[in-house]
Design a protein around this ligand. Structure first.
Ligand SMILES: [Zn+2]
Length: 192
């Protein structure tokens, strides 16, 4: 049975952030993880070190969980191991819907290790490169703890930017709607 837990593990606010986002600011997407159990933790707008703001939702699940394209689009910003606590991997998906979807903390560990030295083929699905065309639901990468996620553990940091990179919105409403649609179509329930 599908179980989606909505808790606030590392959120400094203590409550889930679901802002008053209008439907127009919650694009219709597929859920970005092929996982039955996902834990929503740190939310949109939470403060970060150095005065930064958290511009996404953190979705905790098992390491190596397949990451999916949420819409049809073009892959961009594939990092070939930019240095940040070892190698660090992320994807920007430029959706055909005009929006931008950012995925961070893809896997950087060789199997059975936490060495942060994994090559790109352990972060990205085969065939992923800048400019690659992907279809909604296609596997594009794998969950990990690269970047600054080493301490918090494997999770997907997911952002939605409407049209412009300068317009990040809370992905929460779109993600919850995506889960509900997925569960309805599969006949499963997202909550006990
Ligand atoms: Zn995050």
């Amino acid at each position: 049975m599908l179980v989606a837990l909505f808790v606030c593990g590392c959120s400094s606010s203590g409550v889930p952030r679901v802002s008053g986002t209008s439907p127009a600011r919650a694009p219709a997407i597929l859920f970005p993880l092929a996982a039955d159990s996902v834990r929503f933790t740190s939310g949109f707008g939470d403060p970060r070190a150095g005065g930064r703001t958290h511009h996404g939702q953190d979705l905790f699940c098992a390491k190596w969980t397949p990451i999916l394209a949420v819409v049809n689009g073009t892959v961009d910003w594939i990092a070939s191991g930019r240095p940040k606590n070892g190698k660090s991997y992320s994807i920007l998906l430029r959706g055909d819907d005009g929006n931008q979807y950012f995925y961070d903390h893809l896997n950087n560990d060789n199997p059975g290790t936490k060495d942060n030295l994994g090559d790109p083929d352990l972060a990205y699905a085969p065939g992923m490169h800048d400019g690659a065309r992907v279809t909604a639901g296609e596997i594009i990468g794998y969950v990990g703890d690269s970047g600054d996620a080493e301490a918090s553990g494997p999770h997907l940091h997911f952002e939605i930017h409407l049209r412009s990179w300068d317009d990040p919105v809370d992905p929460g409403p779109a993600l919850h709607a995506a889960l509900a649609r997925r569960d309805a179509s599969s006949g499963r329930r997202s909550r006990p």
